[in-house]
Design a binder for this molecule. Structure first.
Ligand code: ATP
Ligand code: MG
Length: 275
């Protein structure tokens, strides 16, 4: 089975502290495995290092030490091996508006990665764009292909960002708080889309979030980070129902009361049942 694994990842940043320069260890020692067809949630308070882990996995930051392995092979730092890795591991950011160019159409946004990564060319590009739009439920595809970012809702824009991540043939998506900037009413729709892709297309999803309720519902496993370390990890229900680490208990105590979790889970279930 296809896997994306991080082993003992460490990231240090040089920071200026008044006149002195010092080192900030944003990620201390992080290890976990994400398999195809699974969702792993990373939760933790602000500043715990979640995005830094995501950015290292997406190759936007170089780890200070540690390894990232795709299908058991350490990833190459350049050339073809790195290009292959980038096809397969793609990132979805928190703010879809910031990652889309207001002057370009949806077609442009999706055609570009298809051509750049050699997935489609010539007369095959437009049907491939339509195919991507259908995979993220933006239909009729020809109508959405002509829109520009400001002509769509936040949820639709995030679907475009997901389609763009899928374009190179991604097998793993690293989604860093993909719904936290969206209106509450459309969050579930986007999370359900990720869940469907994970289920039907065997995608591996790393879901970074502050929201324990959706982490529990949408992920098979939860990794809890605290000040750069993984303090607890395990099957989602176990971590939520029987937390072992004091920090996880604090995090749960700070989350909305359990009845709200129950209600959200019912809502999610109803939506999933509705397809
Ligand atoms: N490029 C950088 N240079 C210096 N420090 C950084 C850099 N990127 C992140 N940090 C620091 O590393 C720590 C972890 O940041 P990170 O963004 O990974 O946290 P996070 O868990 O994603 O937080 P949030 O939930 O607020 O998004 C923070 O103290 C942050 O200030
Ligand atoms: Mg972050």
């Amino acid at each position: 089975m296809s896997t994306l694994e991080v082993r003992n990842l460490v990231k240090e940043f040089k920071v200026r502290d008044g006149l002195r320069r010092s080192t900030l260890r944003a990620v201390n020692d992080v290890s976990f495995t994400l398999s195809a067809g699974r969702t792993v949630a990373v939760v933790g308070e602000s500043g715990s290092g979640k995005s830094t882990v995501a950015r290292m996995i997406a190759q936007l930051e170089t780890p200070t030490s540690g390894e990232i392995l795709l299908d058991d092979a350490a990833i190459g730092r350049r050339g073809r091996a790195l290009a292959d890795y980038r096809h397969q591991v793609q990132m979805v950011f928190q703010d879809p508006f910031a990652s889309l160019n207001p002057y370009h159409s949806v077609e442009h946004h999706l055609a570009r990665p298809l051509k750049l990564h050699g997935v489609a060319r010539g007369k095959d590009v437009l049907p491939a764009v339509y195919g991507l739009l259908e995979r993220v439920n933006l239909t009729p595809a020809p109508v959405f292909a002509e829109k520009r970012p400001h002509e769509m809702s936040g949820g639709q824009r995030q679907r475009i960002a997901i389609a763009r991540a899928l374009a190179p043939g991604a097998r793993f998506l690293v989604a860093d708080e993909p719904v936290s900037m969206l209106d509450v009413s459309i969050r579930l729709g986007v999370l359900n889309l990720l869940a469907r892709l994970q289920r039907e297309e065997n995608l591996g999803v790393l879901y970074i979030t502050h929201d324990l309720a959706t982490a529990r519902h949408f992920s098979d496993e939860i990794v809890v980070m605290y000040r750069g370390d993984v303090v607890e990890q395990g099957p989602s229900d176990e971590v939520i129902l029987d937390p072992q680490h004091d920090y996880t208990k604090t995090l749960l105590a700070a989350a909305p009361e359990p009845s709200r979790h129950g209600r959200l889970r019912d809502e999610v279930r109803a939506e999933l049942a509705a397809g």
